[in-house]
Design a protein around this ligand. Structure first.
Ligand code: ADP
Ligand code: MG
Length: 258
């Protein structure tokens, strides 16, 4: 029951951020999404979650429903000021089981506590989330994903700005998830992490540079090709016209009167 990206293109104001991408993610496998800044990694995850409209192709959830996908955005995109406790935030992972947000059954409360235990936060279940460090907050967000019991976990730079201890603990949680048959797809910023912690890597630079076993994908040649994306001139970024309608800048300055 895979997640399939079949030739997807995603654009912001007509500028493609992800261009004709094919990918197939299976349960029980781990994938790092790796590439330079602005390569379209976050856009790819959001498109996979169907949070963004796509221009071409299709995002196929083959035998997979919304509740089977857990998504963790970049920490910077998450509001931490909500007046909730650690327990309450974690319990939101049960959203697909709740009619209205009423009481939790004892068995559900137990699942919330078990998830918090797995990330080392159960002792702090009653603390307000606003009082947590970013590492503690990330652990709670992991617990929320675990409580959902999704089949695929999609995470956007989950270890960014995390201390080594938290990173180590959360990588361990992800490995357990893969061993338990879940599909894990994570945008990672650290090449060694991609190489050593994820079986597969999708190297993205708006287009797929390479994809497959991490050892084979993260070669100097492939990384060099992906880095070339940085130098690319993005003259098309400032307006709404299609790239093929753009004129070279000198046309603005040369007035020919033939
Ligand atoms: P990455 O996560 O790999 O750093 P993103 O997917 O965030 O890349 O962004 C890919 C490209 O799309 C970048 O050029 C970025 O500036 C642009 N972009 C991302 N989000 C938006 C948005 N909401 N509106 C306009 N452009 C965006
Ligand atoms: Mg990003």
């Amino acid at each position: 029951m895979p997640l399939v990206l079949d030739n997807i293109t995603v654009s912001y104001r007509s500028v493609p951020a992800v261009h004709h991408v094919y990918a197939r993610f299976e349960e029980g496998s781990s994938w790092a999404i790796f590439g330079p800044n602005g390569a379209g990694k976050s856009t790819l995850l959001k498109a996979m979650m169907r949070l963004l409209p796509i221009d071409t192709g299709s995002v196929q959830w083959q035998g997979v429903e919304r509740r089977d996908l857990a998504y963790l955005p970049q920490l910077a995109e998450i509001d931490r000021t909500l007046p909730m406790s650690v327990f309450e935030l974690t319990a939101l992972g049960l959203w697909h089981e709740m009619g209205s947000f009423g009481g939790l059954r004892p068995q559900q409360r137990q699942r919330v506590h078990q998830a918090l235990e797995r990330v080392g936060m159960d002792a702090q279940a009653q603390r307000p989330i606003a009082a947590l460090s970013s590492g503690q907050f990330q652990r709670v967000l992991f617990a929320r994903m675990l409580v959902q019991e999704a089949r695929f976990l999609l995470l956007d730079e989950p270890f960014n700005a995390m201390d080594a201890h938290t990173t180590h603990a959360l990588l361990h949680v992800l490995r357990d998830c893969v061993a338990a048959g879940k599909g894990v797809i994570a945008v990672v910023h650290d090449r060694e992490q991609a190489r050593t912690q994820f079986d597969n890597t999708l190297l993205l630079a708006r287009e797929v540079v390479a994809s497959g076993p991490s050892m084979q994908v993260l070669t100097q040649a492939n990384l060099h090709q992906a880095d070339g994306f940085r130098q690319e001139v993005r003259a098309d970024e400032w307006c709404d016209v299609q790239p093929d309608q753009l004129q070279p800048p000198q046309h603005l300055h040369h007035h020919h009167h033939d």
